[in-house]
Each structure stands twice: as C-alpha cells, then as structure tokens.
Ligand binder design. Structure first.
Ligand SMILES: C[S@@+](CC[C@H](N)C(=O)[O-])C[C@H]1O[C@@H](n2cnc3c(N)ncnc32)[C@H](O)[C@@H]1O
Length: 366
C-alpha cells in the first residue's frame, strides 16, 4: 500500500527539508506549502519519523476528494477502510479546518467525520486521544490524514530543562544543514542556552537517529508492526571519528542544563560546555569549523537598541579571533546583524517561528 506522506516544517524551511528528505533516500519528494511530500507505505512513515531531523510532524494522507456539502463529506469518509488503519480499541480525535471552501464550519466537519468513523469502528472519539485524524478543506478539496507522530518531532525526548527562547531542534538541524554541516567538522555555539545547536550537531556527528528514544502515535495504529519497528530503530551506524562540539554561555544555569541535556542524549563525551561571556570567546579548537549562534532577538520594543553592543561584541570577537571559521547567525533584525561588521552571503528566506520571522545570516570562511 502506497500513499502520500506529508512532512511538515516551519514555513520558510521547506527547501531545506526537501534536501534532507531527498538525501535520506525517500522517493518522489516534492516541496509544498509548509513542508514536503513523498510517496511510500507504513515503513516509510516510521522511517520518516525516526530519521528526519527537520520535520515537525509526519502525516499519512489517506484520502483526498472534492466536497461541497457535509452529507457528501460523511459519505466519502465512510468509504475509507478505517479498520485497516485505526485500532478499534484506541480512541481518536478529529482536527478539522476549512478555508476558501463552500463548507466553512470546521466544528461540523469534525463532528461528521467522527460519526462516520465510529460507524465503522467500535473505537471512541476522545478530545485527549493520542491518534488525531486531520481534515483540511481548501478550495473545496478535502484531505484526510492521520498524524503519525503525535507530539511534535522537535521533542526528541532528551531535554528535561530548557532556557529562555530555545531554538526548536528541527529548525536548528535545518539551519546547520543550510550552513553545510555534515557532521565532520567542529561546531561552536557561543550563546548556547540549553545547547540545542551543539546537541543536534553532536547527534549528526555520532550518526544517531533523532527519533531513537521517543514514542510515536503510529505505535497505536493497526498498521504498526512492533518487530519491524524494533529492527529499524536498533540499526547503529558508525559515528564520525574525533569530532567535538562546543557551547558556551554567560549563564551558569544554561551551561549546566546543556551538559545535562547532552548527557541524556548520549553525546556527553563529544560535547563540552563552559561559562563564558561573548567578549572573552576564542576558538575552542585549532581546526576551524562552524560558529552557529542565535543571540537574543530583541523582540520587545526598545530591546534592539540595547542589544546593539552585544551584536557588535560578537562580531568583533569573530572577526578578530575566528579566522578560517564560517558563521551562521539566526536573528530577526538585519540592522543588528549588520552591526557585527561581518560580511554575509545573500540572505535566505524568512522562517516563521511562533510570532517571529527569523532568518539565517551566513558568512563564508572568515
Ligand atoms: C536566544 S538564547 C539562545 C537559545 C539557544 N540557541 C537554545 O536553543 O537554547 C540567547 C542566549 O544568549 C545568552 N547570552 C546573552 N548575552 C550573552 C553574553 N554577553 N555572553 C554570552 N552569552 C550571552 C543568553 O544567556 C541566552 O542563553
């Protein structure tokens, strides 16, 4: 059985996700709004959840049809072979949305879908169910999907504590990829917060699968094969030798948190964290690599002017001490980034991150 699989990501990172999904061997990959699609069966769904760093969710698209009335919708949904997808003893919930369509009442859509599914299965609807059936009606085309991930995929399952404004792991991984990081050079984050960039970079170097330690919603579907999944999950790959990853931050709590998070992720031995102010930073290794950093954004009014000296100090430290390194800065404000005095390549697309539009600013080798 083959169907369309949708991998969602933050808007603005679709092309980067496309590169990752293609590079990992998935077939017929296409960029679409808010993510990419590929074609495959349930093993590809499990593999996508296990392997892909840049996705926030993996949806199995099980039906798509044109619909103008609620009764028609209910008929279509009744025809789906729910017994081959959902477990009759596992509760499910429905998440519906409508836009630019004759049908506009998402509450009514969810209710009709619930009714149609409960007619063919004894399983119950529950608002807190782990299985979500998603219905999106856009320009009168209804797409029915099952969310196979459950909790968002940036939750790798290792971070118990986070600092202020942590970068989501899936976005951090795609920004590292956009800076050309392949797991074979040192990475240094001098404002590491809870350690997201350093830990993602370390996992890539150690060739660990991002989904190796968490649970997924697909484990509750009838299509789940625990033996095949165990075999897939237990494959160990040869780590890249001798790569070390570094983080520093002026905040002691952040450093402790980063070290704990790295240890829990199993990359404690290849990562080092130390407390240091940005004015005192120096290259942690003689071999140049990639500096990857997201300084405070200054989202509140008045913050930007106050942050100018911090960006200037970061820029001066990098320009004068980091010869041969490449730099990637994630920020919202191009004036602040320009104040570093670094020469940046043409800007990438803005990326939606909550209410903020962030951007990757990258340099060539300094
Ligand atoms: C936006 S957060 C980084 C979040 C991080 N990427 C993560 O995922 O958790 C910015 C970090 O810069 C640190 N910071 C602010 N001023 C600093 C300075 N002068 N020197 C070093 N670190 C500083 C803060 O402590 C904070 O952890």
């Amino acid at each position: 059985m083959s169907f369309e699989i949708f991998l969602a990501t933050a808007p603005g990172l679709e092309e980067a996700l496309y590169d990752e999904v293609r590079s990992k061997g998935f077939k017929q990959v296409k960029v679409t709004n808010g993510g990419v699609t590929t074609i495959g069966g349930w093993p590809e769904v499990w593999r996508a959840n296990l392997w892909i760093r840049g996705a926030s969710k993996v949806l199995a698209r099980i039906a798509s049809f044109r619909v103008l009335q609620l009764a028609q919708l209910e008929n279509h949904v009744r025809q789906i072979e729910w017994r081959e997808i959902l477990n009759s003893d596992t509760p499910f919930r429905v998440d519906a949305s409508c836009s630019k369509s004759r049908i506009y009442h998402s509450g009514a859509v969810a209710e009709r879908i619930q009714n149609a599914i409960t007619e063919s299965l004894s399983s119950n609807y529950s608002p807190d169910a782990e299985i979500t059936v998603m219905a999106r009606i856009f320009r009168d085309i209804c797409t029915i999907s099952v969310d196979t991930s459950g909790g968002l995929l940036h939750k790798r399952g290792f971070k118990e504590r986070v600092n202020k404004a942590p970068m989501r792991e899936n976005m951090a991984a795609l920004f590292l990829q956009q800076c050309g990081y392949k797991g074979d050079e040192p990475v240094y984050d001098p404002m590491c917060g809870s350690g997201t960039f350093v830990i993602e970079a370390a996992e890539i170097a150690a060739r660990l699968n991002p989904g190796r330690a968490r649970n997924f919603a697909f484990e509750n579907l009838i299509t789940y094969d625990p033996k095949a999944w165990e075999e897939m999950r237990d494959v160990r790959r040869q780590p890249n030798a001798d790569i070390r990853l570094y983080g520093s931050d002026r905040d002691r709590g952040a450093i402790e948190m980063s070290a704990e998070n790295a240890a829990r992720a199993g990359v404690g031995e290849i990562t080092s964290f130390k407390q240091e102010n940005i004015s005192d930073i120096s290259p942690p290794t003689s071999e140049p690599g990639l500096v990857m950093v997201n300084p405070p954004y200054g989202a509140r009014i008045g913050d930007k002017r106050k942050l100018m000296p911090l960006y200037q100090t970061l820029g001066e430290a990098l320009r004068t001490r980091f010869s041969g390194w490449r730099v990637g800065i994630i920020a919202t404000d191009s004036k602040l980034v320009k104040s570093t005095g670094l020469n940046f390549m043409p800007q990438g697309k803005p990326v939606q991150n909550g209410g903020l539009r962030i951007r990757l600013f990258q340099t060539d080798r300094l």
